[in-house]
Design a protein around this ligand. Structure first.
Ligand SMILES: Cc1ncc(COP(=O)(O)O)c(C=O)c1O
Length: 350
């Protein structure tokens, strides 16, 4: 029944013969091959540092200007980094500004930590700075996600700079979820800067290592780093040490690894964007990440019927604060995208 579509858990991990899944946002491309090479020789088994293994933090600090290993905490994916950050910087009842449409975990994550999400609408997936500035007043933090899941849109650099300025002036923390920063088709990532910024990142998307669960937070504010370590000490303790060692190997992957992946993602982006336009759907051209968010009539029925009658998984836009739309991830090969588009076309024509 359509009312089973209360959240994505109905589809996560679901596999089946003849099933085409545009559901989960996990890369199907392989991690760099050197991450597996350490496995036969690996012999560590004791607890690791709560903050994260030194070699990995050291390697990360080389990617962030004027940083050092003390500025990083290695976490169980970006998911834990987000949770620890909000619990460290906020008090129950604090407001956090989120731009719509948003990643489906943001709202439950804030609410379960007794925080109040406040929303700013976007125009074609782009932040409307006037609305943003107005709604940011009185917020403890703002959560920025560029490139965005689910829109695939990136925020303009001029707007990101304005956000930096207004948040610094009003002492608002920017939590910048940059898990798709290496998957941008149009330009290089612009990293939000400043003492009041906490950057969230992950090995899940850039290096296709989602199941290994390695992410991190980066902050110039040592107090935030200290608080997150104190929380992690009594919750998950260290992030898997073997996964961290694999992530460390991934940091040594040649640049060509990311370039090759990006070329594949771009081809798929072009295929699905044009395919959905040809079916008459209204959607934004993704500039990064690997999602499209077309408008469809009666999204709940569409998602249900596509699944039940055509064996195609798509996600309900409602989960992302976009009730008129559905989300498709194009983390699947060209043949499957083509077959999926064919089935969607058959459904829409009927
Ligand atoms: C925007 C965004 N943030 C965070 C995450 C969680 O990533 P991780 O696997 O690193 O926990 C995801 C996963 O899809 C995401 O899309």
């Amino acid at each position: 029944m359509e009312d089973q579509l209360k959240d994505p858990s109905i589809f996560i991990g679901l596999q089946g013969k003849n099933l085409i899944s545009f559901g989960s946002g996990q890369p199907d491309l392989a991690p760099p091959e050197q991450v597996f090479k350490i496995l036969p020789k690996y012999k560590q088994f004791k607890y690791g540092l709560i903050q994260g293994q030194e070699n990995l933090r050291e390697a990360l600090s080389k990617q962030y200007e004027k940083s050092n290993k003390a500025n990083f905490v290695i976490t169980n994916g970006a998911s834990e980094a987000l949770d620890l950050t909000f619990r460290s910087i906020c008090q129950p009842g604090d407001k956090v500004l989120v731009h719509k449409p948003y990643y489906y975990s943001y709202v439950p994550l804030l609410e379960k930590n007794h925080l109040k999400p406040v929303f700013t609408e976007t125009i074609n997936g782009k932040i409307d700075f006037n609305d943003f500035e107005e709604k940011a007043k009185g917020c403890k933090a703002v959560l920025i996600n560029s490139p965005s899941n689910p829109t695939g849109r990136i925020q303009e650099i001029s707007i990101l700079k304005k956000i930096e300025k207004t948040c610094a002036e009003q002492d608002i923390t920017i939590v910048s979820d940059e898990v798709y920063k290496d998957l941008i088709y149009e330009r290089k990532n612009y990293m939000l800067h400043g003492d009041h910024v906490v950057t969230i990142n992950s090995f899940s998307k850039t290096f296709a290592m989602c199941g290994f669960r390695v992410g991190y937070l980066y902050s110039k504010d040592k107090n935030i780093v200290k608080k997150t370590i104190a929380l992690k000490t009594h919750t998950s303790m260290n992030t898997s040490i073997i996964a961290q060692e694999m992530a460390f190997e991934a940091t040594k992957a040649p640049h060509s690894y990311q370039q090759e992946q990006l070329t594949i993602w771009k081809k798929r982006r072009d295929l699905i964007y044009q395919g959905l336009l040809d079916l008459g759907l209204d959607l934004w051209n993704p500039e990064g990440a690997f999602y499209v968010l077309p408008k469809v009539p009666n999204p709940r029925k569409t998602v249900w019927d596509l699944f039940k009658k055509h064996k195609v998984i798509t996600y309900l836009g409602d989960w992302f604060g976009a009730p008129e739309r559905i989300r498709l991830s194009y983390a699947l090969d060209q043949e499957k995208i083509e077959e999926g588009l064919k089935r969607i076309g058959t459904y829409l024509k009927a």
